[in-house]
Design a protein around this ligand. Sequence first.
Ligand SMILES: Nc1ncnc2c1ncn2[C@@H]1O[C@H](COP(=O)(O)OP(=O)(O)OP(=O)(O)O)[C@@H](O)[C@H]1O
Ligand SMILES: [Mg+2]
Length: 257
Amino acid sequence: MFFGGLAIALWKGPIFTLICMGFMPLMMMTFAVFGGLVKKAQVKKLSQLEELGAHTEETLSAMKLVVSFAQEGVTIEKYDQIAEKTRKIGDSAAKLQGGFIGVFLFMMFVYYLYTYAIASVLINRNVHNPSTGKPYSIAEIVAVTQASQMSMMSFGSVIPIVPAIMRALISAKKVFDVIERKPLIASTPTSTNVVSLEKGIEFKNITFRYPTQLDTARDIFNKASFEIKAGQSTAIVGPSGSGKSSIVQLLNRYYDV
Ligand SMILES: Nc1ncnc2c1ncn2[C@@H]1O[C@H](COP(=O)(O)OP(=O)(O)OP(=O)(O)O)[C@@H](O)[C@H]1O
Ligand SMILES: [Mg+2]
């Protein structure tokens, strides 16, 4: 539709068509800027939704803990806060998305104004059409403006799929963010996926504290060493908070020491 319209317009009045098409960069620029804003708002909305989901999941999966520390009120309050923030961000994202369609139509009408203003000048001044060598006839003006408009309107047919394109771009960005993420715990060139437990497991001189608690005075382990022999059942015993689960996490290399 874009090329067809353009070809007919060029055939009927090349110079006038080029003048009409001179509007296109402005239109494209407006879309690029506004489209970028919409995309940014949508990304923000999605990550805010993620935060809300994470809070909900965290709370529900640790419900016993929440209840045992009587944290129901605090948790609900926090949920309300995040939900309210999510609503506000979703609201402005929706407004931007609606505004995008408004801007598109506005630009189309400005385009009509522009082409008809130029056409009136061409007719008033008896400008000659290079295609025919005679002054522009009304028929040629109408043909060129309509064909150019059709050509430009082909972008209009993109409108219904703009939200889908936006969603695809946003999802793709998220996927690429994950793919391109440099893990904090990087594999060394000698790393292997196959772990042999034939020799057992040795914990040697391990000093560790969680990265989130680097400033707190206490190490979870201070030069802890022990050995679990292969084929042996070993119980890790200790009071709550002594570091039993942390041992398992270190063995899985969720954290580096
Ligand atoms: N992800 C974490 N970030 C920061 N500190 C943590 C984290 N997980 C555990 N801790 C802290 O590390 C210490 C050891 O916790 P850990 O969960 O290993 O204890 P545990 O022996 O498994 O306790 P429990 O018997 O209650 O399961 C605790 O003081 C805990 O508060
Ligand atoms: Mg534990």
